[in-house]
Design a protein around this ligand. Sequence first.
Ligand code: SF4
Length: 161
Amino acid sequence: MLKNLLSKEECAECRICCSFDSYDLWETPVITRSKASQILQDYKPEQEFVKQGGHFLLKMEKEPDADLYYCSLLDHSKGCIMGNEKPFDCRIWPFRIMSLDGTNVITLSPVCPIVKTRPLDKIMKVCSEISGEIFEEAKKHPEYVKPYLKGYPIIAVERDA
Ligand code: SF4
């Protein structure tokens, strides 16, 4: 979550980005090999992963009576157990890095209910402050880049960064 856009308290109360239904399981954070080691060593030794190409996803259990998966690193009373060491996808939320026709773009998640209450100029300012860093990180870790999804507003294009 971007601290310049969302407060810790707002995110702690909402947590929509830490729960998934079967449609948006693709949004679960990409876990690199080094992040997986860090999770096992420092946060949750029993965590299981699902391998996807060269990276991993967190194995999450479906709730028994709903099409709902809570992130396996979510503590329901305290929030994410990883604190400031969250996976990249979670650190840049509600921004997403996506590929549209071969060009990396930063999009804004239409799902986050809190960012919708922020003025557009504030969102764009935060985006311009960190877009270079996001694009750089995506170059190092192409696995972070998700295919563009219709309905996600584009707020930065890599060639503009
Ligand atoms: S890793 Fe942490 S911030 Fe990311 S989805 Fe899981 S609980 Fe939420």
